[in-house]
Ligand binder design. Structure first.
Ligand SMILES: Cc1cc2nc3c(=O)[nH]c(=O)nc-3n(C[C@H](O)[C@H](O)[C@H](O)COP(=O)(O)O)c2cc1C
Length: 367
């Protein structure tokens, strides 16, 4: 009996299994509006066999986007465009749907990866970025303006407004992006936050901005929608965040009403590198699940069905998220089910690709 393919209650939301499609930027939006690309891309992933698909980082204000091609949820146009895509996914797929809400902070105003991936240059329509401190992400990156209290209040409200739009669209889950060097992570990490006010210095102060957003969003989102955050398990630097910090943050966010934590890591500066060992965030997730007592998901080089099964079966995390492996094989869940002796819901049009196809030839002939 596979644990990976057992159901899981995420807050009030019932998931068919423990496989989650990790959010993946597509850089294919127009002023934040989802396009036909998203119809195809998300339409494919909702039939991957995963219990939950999280829509890519979707930015809460225009200047909070990473690139000119990033999704946003800061206008009525954005909301209508995404509502069309999500309605399509609901009609045609089996997965539940979540959305990641984000603000890129000092990593905003960037080129799409295939245009270089660095800071936008003059002529590329760059914009001013904000961060806790005036420290660039790396050499050649924009030096951000120091976020004022007014900026922080505006961003917090932008998260709330975007969350309200996500609820109207009908998402089952909302995920706050507190990792990968973007605005909230840059407030939490001592590497990027050198403030001397109530938002810098001690861990309690560095957690304040993210916690205020979490509290405000929770107050605006009904408990029928699962609310979580993707946090940093480690900055992978001696002067950065550690697993101890991640456990403390997870406990605080649980107290603020979040239903789950997703454990990612890295990305605080341009020159930090993540480990390349399979499941490198799993030991951190295991601690968070045990010590913070909150539903926990883990991401990072989880590729093989047996590996994913062991993470959840051994109680190291409640769910696994996958990005590259599921882009590589968009029916990863179907194939994993076959390998682990489980089955999954399929849309009627695809039901003939059931277990019988892989049964011994004699049985297949009779089918
Ligand atoms: C094309 C691509 C786009 C990504 N975009 C996002 C994103 O929007 N939000 C996010 O939190 N992580 C993003 N990531 C990171 C993944 O969600 C994931 O955490 C990372 O790739 C490690 O998981 P993997 O080893 O299964 O690929 C992206 C990764 C890829 C490959």
């Amino acid at each position: 009996m596979s644990t990976l393919f057992s159901s899981f209650k995420l807050g009030a939301v019932e998931l068919a299994n423990r496989i989650v499609v990790s959010p993946m930027c597509q850089y294919s939006a127009d002023d934040g509006c989802a396009s036909d690309w998203h119809l195809g891309h998300l339409g494919m992933l909702v039939n991957s066999g995963a219990g939950l698909v999280i829509v890519e980082a979707t930015h809460v204000e225009r200047h909070g986007r990473i690139t000119h091609g990033c999704l946003g949820l800061y206008s009525d146009h954005n909301e209508a465009a995404l509502a069309r895509v999500i309605a399509h996914c609901r009609r045609t797929g089996t997965a539940r749907l979540g959305i990641q809400l984000a603000h890129a902070g000092r990593k905003a105003s960037s080129q799409r990866p295939w245009e270089g991936g660095g800071a936008l240059k003059v002529g590329g329509d760059p914009w001013e970025t904000i961060a806790p401190s005036p420290i660039a992400f790396g050499a050649g990156w924009h030096v951000p303006r120091v976020a004022t209290l007014e900026d922080m209040a505006r961003v917090r409200e932008a998260f709330v407004n975007a969350a309200r739009r996500a609820v109207r669209i009908g998402f089952d889950a909302i995920e706050l992006h507190y990792a990968h060097g973007y605005l909230a992570h840059s407030f939490l990490s001592p590497v990027s936050n050198h403030r001397t006010d109530d938002y810098g210095g001690s861990l309690t102060n560095r957690m304040r901005f993210g916690r205020e957003i979490a509290q405000a969003v929770r107050a605006a989102v009904p408990t029928s929608v699962a609310l979580g955050a993707r946090i940093t398990g480690s900055d992978w630097r001696d002067d950065g965040l550690t697993a101890d910090d991640a456990v403390a943050y997870a406990k605080a966010l649980r107290a603020d009403g979040l239903d789950y934590i997703d454990v990612s890591s890295g990305g605080v500066t341009a020159d930090t590198r993540n480990p390349t060992t399979p499941g490198y965030n799993v030991p951190i997730a295991e601690r968070i699940k045990r010590e913070a007592g909150i539903a926990t998901r883990v991401v990072g080089l989880i590729v093989k069905p047996a590996q994913a099964e062991s993470v959840v079966a051994e109680g190291k995390a409640d769910m696994v998220a996958m990005a590259r492996a599921i882009l590589d094989d968009p029916r990863w869940g179907w194939h994993a089910a076959r390998e682990l002796g489980a089955d999954i819901p399929r849309v009627p049009q695809y039901q003939r690709v059931g277990p019988k196809l892989w049964a011994p030839a004699a049985q297949r002939a009779q089918a």
